[in-house]
Structures are given as structure tokens and as C-alpha cells.
Design a protein around this ligand. Structure first.
Ligand code: ADP
Ligand code: MP5
Length: 261
């Protein structure tokens, strides 16, 4: 059995964060493990509260995982402060973690901020360079590149800037552009578009978490980066197309759509 670790925050409403990651891993038939960086009290309408874990406790969780069941891939999501980011970078280096997917989570789909101001620099300098791929959405890519993104041409420019600064591959997700659900992989100066049908579904809580976990699961299963992203896109499109409608705001996906049909 292949194993995947998520390092992320908990979402009490179960649609994003750790809960989305573990459900996605289960749907991919890999063994999921979790290091929790923060608890959030949130639902489909927004984030009511955040309680960060201490950096020491994050380190303790990482030690417990890596000294016992070695992950074949690692997904990193919400890491809300610089001290936690430092500890994660240190431990991933120490344990020589492989197949690292970093989703630079900054703002929840509902609009609430999930990253402290001091964490931005630590994220850029310590965590992004460790990744095999980073998966910003359009607003995150705007912050990371320092430019506005309104078109696919802008996506290309921004991805090149981010890839160069972080010295890694960038999957810039196009879900926030109107009329598009095309994502752009930029690696070593080469651009590859992953095109997908845009689904008319307002319930997109957790799409980013789900996509990055699906990529990590596919990498753990031994697929190439391109194949992993292609498979992950097919999974997220199917989960959106399933049309689950829960909660009063932007609802979650049906992560199990392949299992229950
Ligand atoms: N309405 C949609 N139809 C199809 N795919 C979508 C839709 N919205 C988002 N996606 C896809 O879901 C994934 C997450 O995208 P995005 O919404 O851009 O990120 P985030 O959830 O981090 O804000 C991407 O692969 C994106 O293309
Ligand atoms: C704990 C946690 N982590 C991440 C997200 C971002 O969710 P999305 O995938 O919709 O960008 C979230 N809302 N909560």
C-alpha cells in the first residue's frame, strides 16, 4: 500500500484541509496520514476561528510519522505562521521527504485569510523551494508573482516568475478565471496546459486541497508529474460534476463519487 502524508489545517465542516485530503487519499486507495498545523472552526460560509498548533507539536507529529511509516508523497496545505513553516522545512529536509506538493494556501474560498502576515516570506523562502510542484490559485499567484492575472497569457507570465523565484515547477490553477478551468504547469521554461470543462457548480469549497492531495496520491502511486496532474484534474472535474449541495454557502465536493456509484 502506498502512503501519503498531509500537513495541513483541520476544517470542522469537512470539505477542505485535512478532511478533504484524507477523503481524497482514500478515494485513490492510498494510505493517508496527517500532521495537523492548526484547527479551524469553519463551515461553508466562512472561518470563525483558528487555533494554531505549537511548532514543537508539529515537529513531534512529523517525527512520529517519519520514524515509523515513511510517506511516498507529502502534501502541504495551510501553514499559518513562520515558526511552523520553519519546523516543517527542517523536518522534511532531515527526513529527505520525496514527492512534495505544496498548495500555498492563503485565503479560503469563502474569503477568510488563513496565513499570518509574517508567514508569507517564510513560505516563499523555506517551503516553496522544497516542493516538486506548487499549486497556487490565481489570487495566490498574484501575491507570489506581484502581478495581476486576468487572462491565460497573464497566467503564463506569472507562472514563469514564480517558477524562477522558487526554483520549482508551478501548477497555476485557472479556476478563478471566468470561462476557464484550465490549469498551467510550468517546468524548466516549458508550459503545459491541462484543459478541462468548466462545471457550473458554485460549491467549490476545498477544490484546491482536493486537487493537491489527488496529485500527491498519484505521485505516490508512481505516476509522472504530468500524468498525476492529468489524473487529478479528471478526479476534481468528476467530483464537481457530481453536484453535491451541502450547507448554506459554498459547499464541499463529493470526494467519494467514484466509490459510491
Ligand atoms: N467550476 C469549475 N469547473 C471545473 N473545474 C474547476 C472549477 N472551479 C475550479 N476548478 C478546478 O479545481 C481546481 C482548483 O482550482 P481553483 O478553484 O483555481 O483553486 P482553489 O480551490 O485553490 O481556489 C483546479 O484544477 C481548477 O481548474
Ligand atoms: C483548513 C483549511 N485549509 C485550506 C482551506 C482552503 O480551501 P480551498 O481548497 O477551498 O482553497 C480551507 N478553507 N481550510
Amino acid at each position: 500500500m502506498k502512503t501519503v502524508l498531509t500537513i495541513a489545517g483541520s476544517d470542522s465542516s469537512g470539505g477542505a484541509g485535512i478532511q478533504a485530503d484524507l477523503k481524497t487519499m482514500m478515494a485513490h486507495e492510498v494510505y493517508g496520514m496527517s500532521v495537523i498545523t492548526a484547527l479551524t472552526a469553519q463551515n461553508t460560509l466562512g472561518v470563525a476561528g483558528i487555533m494554531d498548533a505549537t511548532p514543537e507539536f508539529v515537529a513531534q507529529q512529523l517525527d512520529c510519522v517519519f520514524t515509523d511509516i515513511r510517506p511516498d508523497a507529502v502534501k502541504i496545505g495551510m501553514v499559518s505562521n513562520a515558526d511552523i513553516i520553519r519546523v516543517i522545512a527542517e523536518k522534511l529536509n532531515e527526513y529527505k521527504a520525496v514527492n512534495i506538493v505544496v498548495d500555498p494556501v492563503m485565503v479560503a474560498t469563502s474569503g477568510s485569510s488563513l496565513l499570518n502576515d509574517d508567514a508569507g516570506t517564510a513560505l516563499k523562502t523555506l517551503l516553496l523551494p522544497l516542493a516538486d510542484v506548487i499549486t497556487p490559485n490565481v489570487p495566490e499567484a498574484e501575491v507570489l508573482s506581484g502581478m495581476a492575472i486576468h487572462t491565460k497569457a497573464h497566467m503564463l507570465q506569472a507562472a514563469a516568475i514564480i517558477a524562477q523565484a522558487a526554483n520549482t515547477s508551478v501548477l497555476l490553477k485557472g479556476g478563478h478565471l471566468e470561462d476557464s478551468a484550465d490549469d498551467l504547469l510550468y517546468t524548466d521554461g516549458v508550459a503545459h496546459w491541462f484543459e478541462a470543462e468548466r462545471i457550473a457548480n458554485p460549491n467549490t469549497h476545498g477544490t484546491g486541497c482536493t486537487l493537491s492531495s489527488a496529485i500527491a496520491s498519484n505521485l505516490a502511486l508512481g505516476h509522472s508529474m504530468e500524468r498525476s496532474i492529468q489524473n487529478a484534474k479528471a478526479y476534481i472535474t468528476g467530483a464537481l460534476r457530481d453536484g453535491l449541495d451541502l450547507g448554506k454557502g459554498k459547499g464541499p465536493l463529493n470526494h467519494a463519487y467514484r466509490l459510491w456509484r
